[in-house]
Structures are given as C-alpha cells and as structure tokens.
Design a protein around this ligand. Structure first.
Ligand SMILES: [Zn+2]
Length: 319
C-alpha cells in the first residue's frame, strides 16, 4: 500500500483538538462509576495514562494498547474486545453495564464530532494533509478531495472527501475511533464493501508503518498472442505478495478486483506493440516508458492502476 505519513504539525493539531475533547469527557466520567462494569476504574486510569499514545501513537503503540485494554478489562473470562466482537451477532444479549461503558467511550472518542465540517482541525483537514490521489489499500480508485470553496462567485460549493477507514475497526476498538494513525483515507470499496468491521490480521502491514515497503507484484496470464497485444481480452491478472503482503492481497480481494482492469492493461500492451511496429524515426521521437505506461514512470504512485501497470511493464521488459 502507499506509505502514509503525518508531519509533526498534523500530530500536534490532532493532539490539541482531540486531546481537549478527551480531557472534557474524561473529567465528566468519574468514580465511583456506578452502573459500569467492575473493571471500569482500571480502564479509566489506563486511558488517562495513555492519552497521547491513543490519540497520536504509532500502529505498534495502538496494538500494545489493545493488549493493555484486554488485560485491564479481563473479567468473568471475557474482555471488552471479546464483548465488542460478540456484539456483532444478531442473537447477542447486551449487558447493561457494558453498553453504558460503550456509550461513554463513544463520547470520549467521538468520531462524529471529528467529521463535522467545522472550523479548525477535522477529518477534511486530515485528508487534505495526506495529499493522496489514490487509495492506499487497492491503488485502483481515486480518493478525490475538494476543500472548502472560498470564492463566493463559484457556481456550486463542492466540498467532499473520501471515507476515513478505521484500520482497526471502531466497532471493536471504540477507544481507537479518533486515533490519528488509525484513520486511513481510502476508497469506498476498500472501506465499506471489502473491509467493513473485519479486523485485519495483525501480520498485515500497517499503512503508517515506515518499515514495510510495498511487497506486491502483478503479472499477466493468458495466450502469448494476447500478452503481446495481438488479440484482445484474453488475459487475466495475477496479484501476489511477499510474506505479509500475500495476506494483504487476500484481505482486500485484490486479484479478483484487478480483473476489472484487463482492458487498461490490454491498452498498454497494444501501445507497446504499435511502438514495436513503428519505424525508428517515430521511436526516436517518443519517450518510450511514459508513452507506453501513459504516465511518467516516477508518478506511478499517483496514478490509478499505476503500480500494476509499472509492475507488468517491468515483467514484460517494456521498462
Ligand atoms: Zn481502495
């Protein structure tokens, strides 16, 4: 996936805005915690102690926090995480004290407030700060961002952003609902149709983990004639990943989804064939990699399908 990063300014703005809401709501939520589960005092203290890690901590810190919450909320053989998982089942019987806790966590980590088109730091500003063009999970779809229109003569106020995916679902981890490094701008397909409330395997690379370089490769299967662009529509695409990326490809159903784009890959193969068939004068006038790919090679992360086309072009000896 595309690497995401946050600047110190972004972290500081996030911590200031969300930290203020956290402080206000935590101050209202006080001992003796009547009506709450028996572990509430320890959970409350744990959240206070980890204010910064929850709001702007790294992916590894968020994983560590989940483990700490599991320990703090372990009672009668269950944990908050277990309860949240089971709660997804239709036949599940809700417990009053746990529901009260979940409601309170919803106020402390209020995602709905963060997505208001309000002044100051919010979801729109966060998406803008990433400056992404393409979904960091699938690399297929655009993640269009249109900021606030300040020109009063503009015919229509266009303000929109892609969804923010909770890498670790807020339906299971409500205390990570506004964590900076749990909010990933992504396309609707990855966010809703594919991922939903499914918890990614802990081996799947975290979008903000600087240590995990993209480990996906793309290939073509089909007849030699189709692969050389002589016939059309007879190819299929393969998507494979090394180590953790194989699970990533499976989780996001990449191979199935990429089949939709065989026409675009065919187009590239035909451009290559046309160029091979053209005379030397034409070939000398064209900047080959950019012509065949349809974009400058170093722009591949900013183009829909760019990583796939570049990977296949390399495999086919085009680049
Ligand atoms: Zn996507």
């Amino acid at each position: 996936m595309l690497k995401l990063d946050t600047s110190n300014t972004v972290q500081s703005r996030h911590l200031t805005t969300l930290g203020q809401r956290f402080d206000e709501e935590m101050a209202k939520w006080k001992a003796p915690f009547s009506g709450y589960p028996s572990f509430t005092a320890s959970l409350h203290q744990l959240l206070l102690n980890n204010r910064q890690a929850i709001l702007v901590g790294s992916g590894a810190q968020l994983q560590a926090l989940i483990q700490a919450v599991d320990i703090a909320t372990r009672s009668t053989g269950s944990t908050l995480t277990r309860y949240m998982h089971d709660r997804q089942q239709k036949s599940f019987t809700k417990q009053k004290d746990m529901e009260k806790l979940i409601e309170t966590l919803g106020k402390v980590f209020d995602y709905d407030k963060f997505i208001y088109k309000s002044q100051g730091w919010n979801a729109y500003k966060l998406v803008e700060s990433h400056g992404l063009r393409i979904c960091p999970y699938c690399h297929l779809n655009h993640v269009n961002y249109h900021g606030q229109v300040t020109d009063k003569t503009a015919p229509k106020k266009l303000e929109m952003r892609p969804p923010l995916d909770h890498f670790l679902p807020k339906s299971i981890y409500p205390y990570l609902a506004v964590s900076l490094h749990n909010l990933v701008p992504s396309c609707h397909q990855c966010n809703s149709s594919i991922k939903g409330d499914e918890v990614p395997d802990s081996s799947i690379p975290h979008p903000f983990d600087a240590a995990s370089a993209l480990g996906l490769s793309f290939g073509i299967k089909g007849s030699a004639l189709a692969i050389h662009g002589v016939t059309n529509g007879e190819i299929s695409l393969t998507v494979t990943g090394n180590t953790a990326w194989d699970e990533f490809a499976r989780f996001f159903c990449l191979e199935e989804r990429y089949q939709w784009y065989t026409p675009e890959v065919n187009d590239m193969l035909k451009r290559k064939r046309d160029m091979d068939d053209s005379d030397k004068v034409v070939q000398s006038l064209v900047r080959l990699p950019a012509f065949i790919l349809g974009f400058e090679p170093d722009e591949f992360e900013k183009r829909a399908l760019g990583i796939c086309l570049q990977s296949i072009a390399r495999q086919q000896g085009i680049l």
